[in-house]
Design a binder for this molecule. Sequence first.
Ligand SMILES: Nc1ncnc2c1ncn2[C@@H]1O[C@H](COP(=O)(O)OP(=O)(O)O)[C@@H](O)[C@H]1O
Ligand SMILES: [Mg+2]
Length: 264
Amino acid sequence: MNNAYAIVNQKGGVGKTTTTANLAAGLARKDKKVLLIDLDAQANASAHFGVSVEDGGDPNVIEAAELKKSMYHVLRHQTPIQEIIQKVSENLFIAPASLFLSAADLELSGVIGRELILRSALQSIEGEYDFILMDCPPSLGVLSVNGLVAASKVIVPVQSEYLALHGVRQLLDTVDQVRAAYNPRLSVGGVLLCLHDSRRRLSRSVADTVKEYFGDLVFDTIIRTNVALAEAPASGESIFDYDPRSSGAEDYGKLVEEVISRGA
Ligand SMILES: Nc1ncnc2c1ncn2[C@@H]1O[C@H](COP(=O)(O)OP(=O)(O)O)[C@@H](O)[C@H]1O
Ligand SMILES: [Mg+2]
C-alpha cells in the first residue's frame, strides 16, 4: 500500500498517538483523504476524535447486535474493514480499536500467516485513501508487526529524553526483519523528536545525538512540549481546531508539510 505509515515505538508515552491523530487531521485539512487505523487496545486515537466502540458481550459472538465492531474483528474474524470505518470529518476516517485487541497477541499466536492479516484486509480499500496512518501499541508484538507489514513507511517518534535511543535499535532490527521476510518496500519515513523542551540542555543533547545517529532520517520538524497537545484529546478535536495558535499546531503543521513533501 502506498502512503501507508506505521507510527511505531515499543516505548509508551513517546508521542505516537498524538502524532498519528494530529498528522491525520492535518493531512485531512490539506484535502487529503485519510484513514487512521487504531491498533492500540487503549484506543486513545479513536477516543481523541470521539469515536468509541463499546466493549459489550463476548467478542466471539460477532452477530450480537449490541457489539460494535473494531479492528479486533477485522484481525480476528475477517470482518471487512469497510464495515468498521467511521467518518470523523469530510476527509478523515477512523478504523477504531477496542479493548478486545489486548487479547489479539495471544489469540493470533497459533494462526498461520498472522503477520499478514492487516495487509490482506487493506487490499479491499486499495487506492481509496491518499494516506493511511496506523497508530501502533507500545510493543513489538503481532499488532505492530501487522502494521509494519501493511505499511510503506515507518515513523518512529522518540522522546527527547535520556535513554530515548534505548530500544530504537531493536525497533530498527524488527523493521529490517519485516522488510526481509514480508515487505521489501518498507522504509523508515523518519525519526520524529517529540516532547522536546528546547530550554532543557538534556533535550538539546538528545536531539543532537539522534541527528548524529540517524542523519537524514530525522525529520527537520521537532515537536515541542506543549500543554495544548495534551488537552486537545479531551475536547475531541485535533490541535488545529483546539488551539490553532499553539506551538503544537505550528509544529504538527510543519510535520504535515514535511510528510507531503517527502512523498510516497
Ligand atoms: N508534544 C507534546 N506536548 C505535551 N504533551 C504531549 C506531547 N506529545 C504527547 N503528549 C502527551 O503525552 C502523553 C503520551 O503521549 P502519546 O501520544 O499518548 O504517546 P504514546 O502513544 O507513544 O503512548 C499523552 O498524555 C499526550 O497527551
Ligand atoms: Mg498511544
